[in-house]
Write a protein that binds this ligand. Structure first.
Ligand code: GUN
Ligand code: FE
Length: 430
């Protein structure tokens, strides 16, 4: 298959608003897709000449083709929690989330929600996500069964939680260990599936459970670890009570062996300099979840401060604490969170983050996040005139950077004209 259209792909993080060395933009581009992978991306003339003459041509002009978006923190069992009215994180968890997630003990319910979950990801242009399932192994089975059916590259894990939650939503340290082992055996490396070790957060895991999560991490250094860190002041205070021997919240995870270059730490809003230093030293990733942080009133992610310490960062939706599946809406809210702190995120940096940046945060850049030959052919096709409010503004847009900023500021699922997963067009036929 040959895709014809404008394309944008990054090779590095943009240093400035006009850093042309950090990306490749083709105004008349071609992308040759073969066996689910990108074979070649370049000028239309060059790619057309290189590909077989009988290749099927799909014309996406005048839209903009990019690598599929990556969402490195989202909760699969929270599709019916999104938009629940609560004052703060702990009230929201106890009132809605810990009630709703109990329903995922039922494999039929989990399977039904999984179909809707991947429909929504695709509709919004997200082709890879790192997801939390519920405490039930059945929820992870439903998640990976559906991901496999759709040939999506997904990271997910059965949540480990053994206290401070309703009985039906808790495991035990040994059950958490055994069930995670079983999820790894059943799913990791099948299809395009990646299993993540997923202790929910320090409040809902006993020291014994975090210790076993750390043991699993040591046994499986190839796996991702995902958890939440320093999102809310009440959460931090309760954690300090539960783990009095730890230096601080970050130390709870550090002493359990849960930090490292494959560790994804949601939120990281309220961290001391010491904690930021520990994250940087371990290579852990701080995941910025702007719509969630605003919705739950959690606080403002201080990107400049973490970057100053050398902490790796990513940006994610955190649905259902987050309020939209769209990485475009997420960029818009993230931009505003940084504006409030006198920090800027350039449009190029923004689109770097939701493609190659998040792919690097997941250590998956050899597969996703670029249009490099051999990469998975997971793509989005963006329409910056998708609705009237975008179209009238687009009349006054002259540069690529202006187009990106329009997509980010006004765009949502309607701006996603098409999505390719392993070379197959999947949005138009949803
Ligand atoms: N901390 C522990 N669990 C959760 C969750 O489900 N969502 C958010 N935003 N924070 C959490
Ligand atoms: Fe979360």
């Amino acid at each position: 298959t040959l895709l014809h259209g404008r394309f944008l792909t990054f090779n590095d993080r943009p240093e400035a608003i006009d850093d042309t060395a950090s990306y490749r933009y083709e105004n008349d581009g071609g992308i040759w897709v073969e066996d689910g992978l990108i074979r070649q991306a370049g000028t239309w003339d060059a790619v057309r000449a290189a590909a077989p003459s009988d290749a099927i041509e799909i014309d996406h002009r005048p839209h903009l083709i990019m690598p599929g978006f990556v969402d490195p923190h989202i909760h699969f069992p929270q599709m019916q929690v999104i938009g629940s009215y609560a004052a703060n994180l702990l009230e929201w968890l106890n009132t809605y989330t810990f009630v709703e997630e109990q329903r995922f003990a039922d494999p039929d319910h989990a399977a039904r929600v999984a179909t809707h979950f991947f429909d929504e990801l695709i509709r919004h242009g997200t082709t890879t996500a790192a997801a939390y399932c519920s405490v039930h192994k059945a929820s992870a089975d439903a998640f990976f069964a559906e991901a496999t059916l759709r040939n999506l590259r997904m990271v997910a894990g059965k949540v480990m939680m053994d206290r401070n939650a309703p009985g039906p939503l808790t495991d035990t340290p040994q059950a958490a260990y055994d069930d995670t082992k079983a999820v790894i055996a059943d799913w990791h490396g099948t299809g395009r599936n990646h299993v993540a070790i997923t202790p929910r957060f320090a409040i809902t895991s006993s020291p014994a459970e975090l210790e076993l999560a750390g043991a699993l991490t040591a046994e499986h250094p190839e796996l991702h670890v995902q958890t939440h860190l320093a999102e809310n002041h009440g959460e931090i205070a309760f954690t300090r009570e539960l783990y009095p021997e730890a230096i601080d919240y970050t130390d709870v995870y550090a002493r359990s062996g849960l930090l490292g270059p494959k560790s994804l730490l949601g939120h990281c809003i309220h961290l001391s300099d010491r904690e930021a230093g520990v994250l940087a030293e371990s290579g852990s990733v701080a995941v910025f979840c702007p719509t969630s942080n605003l919705f739950l009133g959690s606080g403002l992610f201080d990107n400049a401060r973490l970057a100053g310490h050398g902490v790796r960062t990513a940006i994610a939706t955190d649905v259902g604490g987050g309020t939209n599946y769209s990485m475009l809406r997420t960029l818009d809210e993230g931009y505003k969170v940084l504006q409030l702190q006198g920090q800027r995120m350039t449009p190029l940096d923004a689109f770097y983050r939701i493609t190659l940046g998040n792919a690097r945060a997941l250590s998956l850049a050899e597969h996703i996040g670029t249009l490099e030959p051999g990469s998975d052919a997971d793509l989005v096709v963006l329409d910056a005139s998708a609705m009237p409010a975008m179209a009238i503004k687009a009349e006054r847009v002259e540069t690529l950077v202006e187009e990106l900023f329009l997509l980010q500021t006004l765009g949502d699922d309607r701006a996603i004209a098409e999505v390719y997963v392993a070379g197959e067009a999947v949005k138009s036929g949803l």
